[in-house]
Design a protein around this ligand. Structure first.
Ligand code: NI
Length: 129
């Protein structure tokens, strides 16, 4: 056995379905874990987002349930359950979900969901569930 760790760790798995059940609003990402400077966030989307980009980071979308379309200036990608896509930094994109979709997002701490744009879709950061 290895040495005891100096920090006490709760040996408990994170269950996506359980955590998603605690989220009632659309477009409000909730942090469930951090890894170094990155955060894992769950979010439920339905409808249209706004065009935006992230100048300093890529953004990872993983579909846990439902279907997500991401529009780009010159194309689009459709993600089904069990699929993921990495939007490169600086690339304009607009997520869209006809029906409710449940996502896992992976991105660095402090990234605004709407990039440099402001609006009703802009969500607070660092809200845990
Ligand atoms: Ni984005």
């Amino acid at each position: 056995m290895s040495q005891a760790t100096p920090v006490s760790i709760p040996y408990q798995s994170l269950n996506f379905a359980y955590k998603l059940g605690l989220i009632n609003e659309h477009w409000q990402p909730r942090v469930i874990a951090e890894m170094n400077d990155y955060q894992f966030k769950l979010v439920k989307l339905q409808g249209d987002f706004i065009w935006h980009d992230h100048q300093h980071t890529d953004e990872t979308f993983i579909v846990l349930e439902g279907q997500l379309r991401i529009d780009f200036a010159d194309g689009q990608v459709t993600l089904n359950q069990g699929e993921m896509f990495v939007v490169p930094k600086g690339v304009k994109h607009k997520p869209y979900a006809e029906q409710e979709v449940k996502l896992l997002l992976i991105e660095p701490k402090g990234v605004r969901n709407t990039g440099d744009e402001d609006g009703e879709r802009t969500a607070a950061n660092d809200v845990w569930v």
